[in-house]
Structures are given as C-alpha cells and as structure tokens.
Design a protein around this ligand. Structure first.
Ligand code: GDP
Length: 318
C-alpha cells in the first residue's frame, strides 16, 4: 500500500474505487470480455472452431501475440484434460491466466518510504498524460499529509510549467520552476536542494517528452538521474513511465525504448477511461515484467487509482 489509510477508510474507499474503475473500463470490457462471452456462447460445446475464434478475439482486443499465445495454451490444456465443461469454465481459465500475468509484474515492492526526500521521476512521450499525472500524484500524496514538492523540469514546454503551477496550487504542493529553455538538470538541482532544506517527503519530477531526437531525450533523462543521485542518496527512488492506453501496441513499443535507456521501475497507464484498448496493460506486463503502479481514469485530480491486479481483472470479468 502506498498511501496511509485507516481500515474503515480502506473498506469504504475500496468499494468506491472498484465502482469507478469498473465504469472507466466499460469499453475495454465490451471489447474483450463481452466478445469472449459471445464466442463461448456461439456453440453448445467448446470445440476447435470456438478455440480458434477465441484466439482471434484476444488478438483483436490489443492483448498482443504473446499474451494471446499464453492464455490460449492454458485454455487448450484445460480443454484437452476435459476440464472445460461450461463456457464459464473457459472464461474463468482466461481470467486466471490474465491475473497471473499482472501479478508476475507486480512482485517488486514500491520504493521504501524511509529515504527522505523520496525522489520520483515521471517520464514518457509528450501527450501521454505526464504533467496531469504529476498533478494527480501531488494531490493524492498531499491528502495523505506528505509534504510534496513538484519540480517542473519539462522546461521545453511553457504550457507544461503553467499547467503544473495550477495543479500544484490546487493540491497544496510546493513547486520549483524556471524560465522555459533552461537546462532541466539545473531546475532539478535547485528543486532537490529546496526539498532537503524544507524537509519535503516526496519530490515529483515532471520531465520533457520530446527533444530534437530520441537519443537526446534519453541522454537528458540519464543526466537527470545522475544529478538526482548526487544530491539525494539512492535517488531517483522511482522512475515511473507514463503510457497512454489509447495508443495500444504503440505504447508497448515506447515503453521498450524507455526501458532500455532509463531503468524504469514502474508504469502509470493513463486514459483507460473511454478506450477499448485497455488490454494493452496485459501485454506490457507480460513483455516488460515491470509493475503497473497507478492507472489514470479521467482528467480530474482524483482520477488516479493505485493499481491492484485483482481489482483490475475483477472489474473486467464481473
Ligand atoms: P504530457 O504531455 O505527457 O505532460 O500530457 P498532459 O498531462 O499534458 O496530458 C495530455 C492530455 O491527456 C490532457 O488533455 C489531459 O487532460 C489528458 N489526460 C491525462 N490523463 C488522462 C486520463 O487518465 N484520462 C483522460 N481521459 N485524459 C487524460
């Protein structure tokens, strides 16, 4: 659990969060689970034709080839053992395998809360929702009585700095920013000095998503990592990659690029509301084996949920 909560709060929040997640994932559910149910209901018995149709459905739902192969292998094995007597048995087998995929990505714990300040870099391509997510995280962590400092290090985009100023004001977080065009590492340096002297708990760093070339971007992020490590022992404690679910399999390709260059520790998948492509989350976990930490389900400050594999799968399958 990343945030402090009492058990009563936890129970109430869990129920509300589950309903919100279910609503946000409605279109993905239709694209994935409703179509699985339709295929399974198309014939009185599960035979090779049904299994082939099932495979096609999983592929079309943005699960990707490797997830589809893995799920179908499990389903076919159960079918061979004659353990799939009803459509629901097959559906539960798919659910079970998808949950295993998400859980395998989530085994590593979140950075320990002992180091102070905790330094989290938020990285990703422009437009994925980085700046919005930094604002949402600042709001969420501030509500938890943590002292938050936001560092506006996307100095290439004046609009991002303006946007962060508004989010920081709304969430009560402190903000360190500079004129646009300044070296992002210089802003980061100032932010980390301020965070240490002001006794901040968490520093959230909004980074640039576009430089002239991809290699420049990766070099810039690498430089920021070094600066962070020199200023605060063990920093950055988390490097969270923001992936836009609406981009489907392209999001996976982007994640692979960032993985190679920046040592991602976790993912934040945004815009799961209103997209049919939420299945990408399984594909990313299967291929990258990094945990999803949060999901974005809307444009408001409160539309960021802590990720739980079980709730995610349940909200699709119930
Ligand atoms: P950045 O360029 O990566 O910093 O992206 P922004 O934070 O500026 O976000 C780009 C757009 O995506 C904005 O219009 C946001 O309101 C929107 N956005 C961000 N997260 C979500 C989300 O979870 N759901 C929806 N529907 N929109 C989002």
């Amino acid at each position: 659990m990343l945030f402090n909560r009492t058990s009563k709060e936890t129970a109430e929040k869990k129920a509300g969060i589950f309903e919100r997640m279910k609503k946000a994932l409605g279109t993905t559910k239709e694209n994935l689970v409703s179509r699985i149910e339709a295929v399974l209901a198309s014939k009185p018995v599960i035979d090779e034709t049904v299994l082939d149709d099932l495979e096609g459905t999983l592929l079309q739902a943005d699960l990707g080839v490797r997830v589809t192969d893995r799920v179908m292998e499990a389903v076919r094995l159960q079918h061979k053992k004659q353990l799939l007597s009803t459509p629901d048995d097959a559906k539960q087998e798919i659910r079970k395998e998808l949950l295993k995929i998400l859980e395998a990505g989530s085994t590593r714990g979140f950075a320990a809360n002992s180091a102070s300040p905790q330094v989290w870099m938020i990285v990703g391509v422009n437009g994925t929702g980085k700046t919005t997510t930094v604002g949402k995280l600042a709001a969420r962590l501030s509500q938890d009585n943590r002292k938050i400092l936001v560092c506006a290090a996307d100095t290439f985009r004046p609009a991002a700095i303006e946007q962060l100023t508004v989010w920081a004001e709304r969430s009560g977080a402190e903000l360190i920013k500079s004129r646009s065009g300044i070296d992002p590492s210089a802003v980061l340096h100032d932010a980390l000095s301020a965070a240490s002297s002001r006794g901040m708990d968490v520093v959230l760093i909004d980074t640039a998503g576009r430089l002239h070339t991809k290699s420049n971007l990766m070099l810039e992020l690498e430089k920021m990592r070094r600066v962070a490590g020199r200023k605060v022992p063990g920093a950055p404690h988390e490097v969270l990659l923001v992936v836009d679910a609406t981009t489907g399999q392209n999001g996976l390709a982007q994640a692979q690029e960032f993985m190679k260059a920046t040592g991602i520790t976790g993912l934040i998948v945004t815009k799961l509301d209103g997209t049919a492509k939420g299945g990408i989350l399984f594909s990313i976990c299967q291929d990258l084996k990094i945990p999803v930490r949060f999901i974005g389900i809307g444009e408001s400050l409160e539309d960021l949920l802590e990720f739980s594999p079980e709730s995610f799968v349940d909200s699709l399958f119930t």
